[in-house]
Design a protein around this ligand. Sequence first.
Ligand code: CP
Ligand code: NVA
Length: 301
Amino acid sequence: MVKHLISISDLTRDEILDIIELAERLKDERSRGVFRDYLKNRSLAMVFELPSTRTRVSFEVAMTEMGGHALYLGWNDLPLGRGETIADTARVLSRYVSAIMARVRSHETVAELARHSDVPVINGLSNLEHPCQTLADLLTIKEKKGGFDIKLAWVGDGNNVCNSMILASAILGFEMLVATPKGFEPSESILKWALERGARVELTNDPLAAVSGADVIYTDVWTSMGQEAEREERLKAFRPFQVNARLVEGAKDDVIVMHCLPAHRGEEITDDVIDGSHSVVFDQAENRLHAQKAVLLRLIS
Ligand code: CP
Ligand code: NVA
């Protein structure tokens, strides 16, 4: 059976820990200038319906550094943009490449790709989830905190990145407080899945209460890709949820501040915080490369 990574819940606790350990090994090898052709003659198709810096570059560099090749396929450069079906696209790409990574507007699109692909399909962000981001973030948390005995405060929008982190908290057992304005909570189906598995996840509308005692503060943009029409309404609703110096002071002294990037500086996070001593956002960005190398190696066999 082909193994896909559509949701972080496609991975067991052991598989997540294994991917993180492998990522650590690959990161160490790279830091010593050691590059091995683990994926020689393998190709990755990268389908993008939405823009990207980190996902695009980290996957492409990951393939190159492991002796393989990645193809950037913009949605509108493919017949997909003119009506070829997702199913046929998956069938055809499967005949050429060893894996498909897709960044899509609708989660159903990446699920449909996986249903019809004979090779692994990786979700490079959908409206519902961002599992590759979560794996890089877990690697970062392990590096900075030594493990997952943590309390993570999510502050802002209950979006795709938040959803995947909630699933990870259920799988790994860490505590998560989610502070959003009313009406911007995480996905109900995600919460249901997590709570049924005994997740220690709580929702609140009070960002200060959420960060109290937190080891990690995580925030993301208030307006995700595809929600641009709601920007003005969102700016108003989210203003009290800015991650600024005052909020960071409410957490533990050694709290780390995370953001998946790209950031809207001055909105969800202030310059002094994102550039300050608690911030680990550029380590997170770097860790996309190492975590995705590990995912590619585990899925392409
Ligand atoms: N964090 C992240 O996925 O960034 P990009 O949108 O630049 O890929
Ligand atoms: N929540 C953001 C994440 C970008 C990496 C978005 O979907 O636009």
